[in-house]
Design a protein around this ligand. Structure first.
Ligand code: NAD
Ligand code: UDP
Length: 310
């Protein structure tokens, strides 16, 4: 069995990954400073193969006195409202934090994985987005702290691969949702589900014609495990190809919850991408991976979670 380090281990995706790798029999160390994560995401873990370390990855990981076979760098604010609130911390998590995780991986001769994002494509001019597309990113806009940090993290990962022979995985995650995304997270599915369940106004930014393709967490976790164990060192998109407008997803959530909430329209945030859908041909070919959970089904599981949280 292997030893796995997950930075951002108390976050939404990190905590599901922790469950996955523990269930496969591995030892898991989670590192998190709770800037956007929560101990409630990991409190259920009783395994003696699990260790949690409260720590800011941007301050270095030298003090972790353990051997690792896999180093997964997932620590970073990820929701637009979080990275707009913590722009400097976000840049540091993608830069200093990535170097800390890369150095640790080199010292351990471990496989390194970076959690990158569809945001590296910015407001894309190519649709759907294949990994070969270089993107359309505003380097000085409000979202740049996140987009450019992730682009830097990808560049750093490739530099360590080329110059130091590190075995790397670059994972570009498209909008993923599900249980454990915190109620105040601010992303679309969470906001709409909680607003609908509480009978509050459902807030659409812009006219709701912008599109996203939402992937359920269990599908993403399956894809991450497959990518980690593959030998693929070039970037791989993981996401669901079922594209919807934001207005459609709000209406679907209102329908599933049976809510009487009204939809209200608020200003569209600066540089909000107009359309997004992953081209997952590479993941299909290389990993044999395909998302299985439909949007309707995933939303039902997620809404059930928020009913228990509110
Ligand atoms: P999240 O906010 O729930 O999780 C991020 C975790 O990282 C939190 O627990 C936070 O406290 C921790 N963290 C942040 N900075 C840290 C630091 N300096 N030191 C230690 N811990 C730190 O968000 P998430 O959706 O689970 O995202 C996890 C990763 O996946 C992020 O890197 C994000 O950029 C990436 N990602 C997520 C999505 C998505 O749709 N959920 C899409 C693209 C990329
Ligand atoms: N959005 C919205 N209302 C909300 C939250 C988000 O209309 O309460 C929109 C947001 O402007 C974007 C889309 O939903 O166009 C997806 O936003 P999210 O924050 O989930 O992720 P993003 O893809 O922007 O990182």
């Amino acid at each position: 069995m292997a030893s796995v380090l997950i930075t951002g281990g108390a976050g939404f995706i990190g905590s599901h990954l922790t469950d996955r790798f523990l269930s496969e029999g591995h030892d898991v160390v989670g590192v998190d400073n709770f800037i956007t994560g929560s101990s409630s995401n990991i409190n259920h873990i009783k395994s003696d193969r699990y260790t949690f370390v409260e720590k800011d990855v941007s301050g270095g990981l030298d003090s972790l006195d353990r051997r690792f076979d896999y180093v997964l760098h997932f620590a970073s604010p990820a929701s637009p409202i979080d990275y707009l609130k913590y722009p400097v911390e976000t840049l540091l998590a993608g830069s200093a934090g990535t170097h800390a995780a890369l150095d640790l991986a080199v010292n351990n001769n471990a496989v390194f994985m970076i959690a990158s994002t569809s945001e590296v494509y910015g407001d894309p001019h190519v649709h759907p987005q294949p990994e070969s597309y270089w993107g359309n990113v505003n380097s000085v806009g409000p979202r740049s702290c996140y987009d450019e940090a992730k682009r830097y993290a990808e560049a750093a990962t490739m530099a360590y691969h080329r110059a130091r022979g590190l075995d790397v995985r670059i994972l570009r995650i498209f909008n993923t949702y599900g249980p454990r995304m915190r109620v105040e997270d601010g992303r679309a599915v969470t906001n709409f589900a909680c607003q609908a369940l509480e009978g509050k106004q459902v807030t659409i930014y812009g006219d709701g014609s912008q599109t996203r393709s939402f992937c359920y967490i269990s599908d993403l976790v399956d894809g991450i495990a497959k990518l980690l164990y593959s030998g693929e060192t070039d970037p791989v998109n993981l996401g669901n190809t079922e594209e919807t407008t934001i207005l459609q997803i709000a209406e679907t959530i209102i329908g599933i919850t049976g809510s009487t909430s009204e939809i209200v329209f608020k200003p569209l945030p600066v540089d909000d991408p107009k359309q997004r859908q992953p081209d997952i041909s590479r993941a299909r070919e290389i990993l044999g991976w395909e998302p299985k959970v439909s949007l309707e089904e995933g939303l039902k599981y997620t809404i059930k979670y928020y009913i228990s949280e509110l």
